[in-house]
Design a protein around this ligand. Structure first.
Ligand code: FAD
Length: 239
């Protein structure tokens, strides 16, 4: 029986584990998570509502929203796109709805609906999830891999899916570079817009539906809903 280990119980790891287990019903699929919580970012995503996907169905349009890696993402979206995402959740009893700006949320407006669906699928496909298991390094062996676990015995497996999320510093990926993977320098992608000294913040609470925001002296601009907060600018409904 093939032993497939997924490192990280975030959205990527759990969704990956479900798909691996579905397509390899005889494999032993185990997810290792260093914290005590599963899908913790999914829980807080979309202001607790979880912005699951977008109404945009065309991969070549969708990738315009990704400043880096858009060519690679196009291939991934062609394999499994926004329509597949909507169908995947609907066929498991989770209906999604679209909002005026194209974002799609569960009709419950509660990210827990998405978490429950993903964890039910894990149960259905016998995915084992172990928490408080931190993988420190990976060693390649003749037959597979040996995982070094913090304060516990090593774990052997045949295949690995690494889904450990992002890091703001390249050093966070050293353990993968040790395996001769090349890693691109991380850059921030989604962040809050702090304007600490701007009198604009006096308008906190004001939301406007269709705004174009530009950064003076650059070509950077964006259009969409805007909320003025006590610290600066946000989308009128957080992503
Ligand atoms: C406030 C906020 C709101 C967001 N809203 C949205 C939204 O509405 N829609 C949307 O699409 N995206 C949203 N995002 C982004 C989205 O949450 C992330 O892109 C997504 O959750 C990343 O999933 P991941 O599985 O790649 O990584 P993560 O969720 O970071 O999961 C990685 C997991 O791996 C574990 N791990 C790391 N290293 C190890 C190790 N060595 N051994 C074992 N386990 C390890 C971590 O503990 C973690 O649980 C939001 C993010 C934030 C912070």
């Amino acid at each position: 029986m093939a032993r497939i280990t997924i490192i990280g119980a975030g959205a990527a790891g759990i969704f990956g584990a479900i798909n691996i287990a579905t397509k390899n019903p005889d494999a032993e699929v185990v997810v290792l998570e260093k914290s005590s919580k599963l899908l913790s970012k999914v829980k807080i995503s979309g202001g607790g509502r979880c912005n699951v996907t977008n109404v945009c169905q065309e991969p070549k349009e969708l990738i315009k929203n990704y400043p880096r890696g858009n060519k690679k993402l196009k291939k991934a979206f062609e394999q499994f796109g926004t329509v597949d995402t909507v169908n995947w959740f609907e066929s498991r009893g989770v209906k999604l709805k679209a909002e005026a700006d194209g974002r799609m949320f569960p009709i419950t407006d509660d990210s827990q609906t998405i978490i429950d669906c993903l964890l039910n699928e894990c149960k259905k496909h016998k995915v084992e999830i172990r928490t408080k298991v931190s993988v420190e390094s990976i060693e390649k062996t003749d037959n597979g891999f040996l995982l070094d676990i913090k304060g516990a015995e090593k774990i052997e497996c045949d295949k690995i899916l690494i889904a450990t999320g992002g890091h703001n510093k390249i050093e966070g990926f050293q353990w993968l570079m040790d395996l001769e993977h090349s890693i691109s320098e991380p850059v921030p992608s989604l962040f809050t817009f702090n304007l600490p000294k701007s009198s604009l913040t006096n308008l906190l609470g004001v939301a406007v539906q269709d705004v174009e925001v530009k950064i003076a002296g650059t070509k950077l601009s964006h259009q969409g809903p805007l909320l003025i907060t006590h610290w600066g600018l946000s989308r009128s409904c957080s992503t």
